[in-house]
Ligand binder design. Structure first.
Ligand code: PLP
Ligand code: ZN
Length: 471
């Protein structure tokens, strides 16, 4: 029997994801965990008392009102499906105007039929990653409750996004925690350029995450990491846009990189709600792809068999695993810095998403990610290393026969190609020996799709010859 610490008359509230607890909290509170049991919180709605459209087609008519900022935003266009804030409080900078790009070149690489592979290109967001979908929602919540400072720990993209919302709106100061030497220059440059207070902690992301929780609690700073349930509300809209681009047909697979597991958790919630509301009749399967050097979800779900189990999760399993990591001194290590995380904060919700979507988890090496990234670059708009985990994972699942050639597959490209040019240049231009020396220890054995720069003397004949030789 669910116990409730408060009785809610509101149409939106916060609720503990554990069905054994089910404690509810006012939407006006800033909480990052349940005060009864320590579990994660959802934003929940009393849909019966809210105006829910009877068909997803309803959202198409908003395209005609694109000079209204709430219709232009690819997040707030779906306001009816995340109705936790009044429209006049919404802070939007035009996020979520992204696109679903079919790619036959990547389809061939992955091994599915032409016409069946799509790349959801979230790098088109204002700060260059999918994080803006969630940040506009968390930032809006922070604004509605009068926060003056907002903080996050980040591998780079969350901080870039927070810094951007603070810079544009001037509503809050951004306080950013990053691990030392663990952030790509593209992302660090954004935080600095947008004027965020940037604290570089000696340690990695997992250390920075622990500290930012303590500091925000002590100083009363609003926390925007994905333990924040409002962030995930915004990230649900990535799935709405995928469905919209497919004329509201549900694909067979959604493939997404797994770091803190906010995206995968949000996707699961999106589909759970759409089904509950009768707006879809089928749920796609979800594939979450870890880096082999930061593979907690893969280990706990696929190897140790931990499951959602109707909300009765074996709480010990992750604790035992983290103790093992600590005892052996193992730290997350991958070139895909955005998913270089060993203690994913959304673990509990992610198990629910895997349950809802009949999901699977896989791990891919840095070499598989970099080759996949090169294929995305050569066939599409490009992405950062972590994003390519989705394509590498789809290829692996195809090879295993779990994805069929006739399946319709959507890979989420989480971040822009220019976020981490260092990795791209190293892949393409370093000579093979040097490449193996630098990246070999990370499991990168070769650069199959390297497009090396051709060195030519400053001489017209030599230049002409080089072009003829290479074309
Ligand atoms: C944050 C991030 C991820 C990881 O997403 P989670 O929701 O934390 O699992 C993956 N790719 C990029 C580019 C990111 O910025
Ligand atoms: Zn609880």
């Amino acid at each position: 029997m669910a116990t409730s610490v408060q009785t809610h008359t509101d149409q939106a509230f916060q609720q503990c994801v554990s069905p054994d607890c089910g404690a509810t909290y006012d939407v006006g509170e800033a909480l990052t965990s349940c005060q009864q049991c320590g579990g994660l919180l959802d934003v929940a709605y009393d849909w019966n008392r809210l105006p829910v459209p009877d068909s997803l087609k309803f959202f198409e008519q908003k395209w005609a009102r694109r000079n209204d900022p709430l219709c232009r935003s690819g997040v707030w266009r779906f306001h009816e499906l995340l109705p936790f804030a009044p429209p006049e409080k919404v802070v939007t900078i035009g996020e979520g105007q992204t696109m679903l790009q079919p790619s036959d070149g990547v389809a061939k690489f992955v091994g599915v039929n032409a016409g069946n592979l799509y790349l959801e290109y979230e790098g088109l967001n204002p700060s260059g990653s999918f994080k803006d979908n969630g940040m506009t929602a968390a930032f809006t919540h922070a604004h509605t409750i009068g926060a003056k400072r907002a903080a996050c720990a980040s591998t780079g993209n969350t901080s870039a996004s927070l810094a951007l919302y603070c810079g544009v709106s001037k509503l809050m100061q951004a306080v950013i925690f990053i691990g030392s030497g663990k952030i790509s220059y593209g992302k660090l440059s954004q935080a600095l350029d947008y004027g965020a207070l940037t604290l570089q902690i000696s340690g990695d992301f997992d250390d920075a995450m622990q500290r930012v929780r303590q500091v925000s609690e002590q100083l009363g700073i609003y926390l925007v990491n994905s333990v924040n349930p409002f962030r995930l509300e915004g990230q649900k809209t990535i799935m709405y846009r995928v469905l919209e681009s497919l004329d509201w047909q549900v694909p067979d697979w959604i493939v997404v990189p797994g770091g803190n597991l906010g995206n995968s958790s949000a996707f699961g919630k999106a589909f759970m709600e759409l089904r509950e509301l009768g707006l879809i009749d089928r749920i796609p399967r979800l594939a979450i792809i870890n880096a082999a050097g930061a593979n907690t979800m893969h280990e706990l779900y696929e190897v140790r068999g931990n499951r959602w189990n109707d909300g009765h999760i074996d709480q010990q399993a992750p604790e035992v695993y983290y103790d093992e990591l600590d005892a052996s001194g193992r730290r997350a290590s991958t070139i895909a810095s955005a998913i270089e995380i060993n203690r994913p904060v959304n673990y509990q919700k992610c198990l629910r998403a895997l349950d809802v979507c009949d999901g699977v988890v896989r791990e891919v090496t840095d070499g598989q990610m970099l080759d996949s990234k090169a294929q995305v670059g050569a066939n599409g708009l490009g992405c950062e290393p972590a994003s390519a985990a989705s394509v590498a994972g789809a290829k692996l699942l195809r090879a295993e026969g779990i994805i069929a050639p006739s399946d319709r597959v959507v890979c989420i490209l989480t971040g822009h190609q220019l976020k981490d040019p260092t990795a791209t240049v190293a892949y393409h231009t370093t000579d093979q020996e040097e490449f193996n020396r630098v990246l070999g220890s990370r499991g990168v054995k070769r650069a199959d799709f390297a497009n090396r720069a051709v060195a030519v003397p400053n001489d017209l004949d030599e230049i002409v010859r080089a072009i003829q030789l290479n074309s």
